[in-house]
Design a protein around this ligand. Structure first.
Ligand SMILES: [Zn+2]
Length: 212
């Protein structure tokens, strides 16, 4: 049976990976981006600099987990990506990375929120922590399922962060914005005491739902 590989899906993964590399948000040994299209999963390969990825390197897997294209294999985090698409309707892409400020919260098992920063509240409301799971194991994503219904970005305890979206560009933009917010809050805490918005304003901003 022939498989219809989408060059457009490959390019979407590739562009997002190059963007994350340029911004210093994803290195050779950590992080991966996937896109799901027409039953196939397209994902960045293991142990390769995201900046030097080419279309031929993007690994493509079918529904049964067999690799149907790509010169290189996916990392062991492939199973986490596969599981995420089943957890919530409308997810078209998953981005996973270990950006420093978000990962620091993940290491401390600390939900990240910023009641003083409307842009953060509008995009994320809060970023919860999924319990720890050994790398490559089922546990790594079992704790994500109850959280993914209400959040687009989730911290993975003692590990890193992940984001979902309808497209790879959107999932990566969410990771980038979340990391920027965590960096700003870190600075704000050094400058003084961040001033929270009024409760009614926090509730108003949080009540506006973002489309996937
Ligand atoms: Zn990871």
């Amino acid at each position: 049976m022939s498989v219809n590989i989408s060059q457009e899906a490959i390019n979407d993964v590739l562009e997002a990976a190059h963007m994350m590399d340029r911004k210093g948000l994803m290195s050779t040994f950590e992080g991966n981006i996937s896109v799901k299209r027409d039953g196939l999963l397209y994902i960045t390969p293991t142990q390769t600099s995201k900046g030097s990825l080419t279309a031929a390197m993007i690994a493509v897997y079918d529904e049964s987990g067999g690799q149907v294209a790509g010169e290189l294999k996916a990392s062991s985090e492939l199973s986490m990506h596969t599981a995420l698409y089943r957890m919530r309707e409308g997810i078209g892409a998953v981005a996973h990375a270990h950006p420093p400020y978000l990962t620091a919260h993940a290491i401390c098992h600390k939900t990240f929120t910023a009641n003083c920063y409307p842009e953060f509240l509008a995009l994320f409301s809060e970023i919860p922590v999924a319990p720890y799971g050994s790398p490559g194991s089922r546990d790594i994503y079992a704790g994500i399922e109850p959280l993914i219904q209400d959040h687009y970005v989730i911290l993975l305890a003692n590990h890193g962060a992940l984001a979902v979206g309808s497209t790879a560009a959107k999932a990566c933009a969410r990771l980038e914005a979340a990391e920027a917010s965590a960096a700003i809050l870190d600075l704000a805490n050094r400058v003084g005491s961040p001033v929270p918005l009024k409760e009614a304003e926090i509730a108003r901003i949080r009540s506006v739902k973002q489309p996937i």
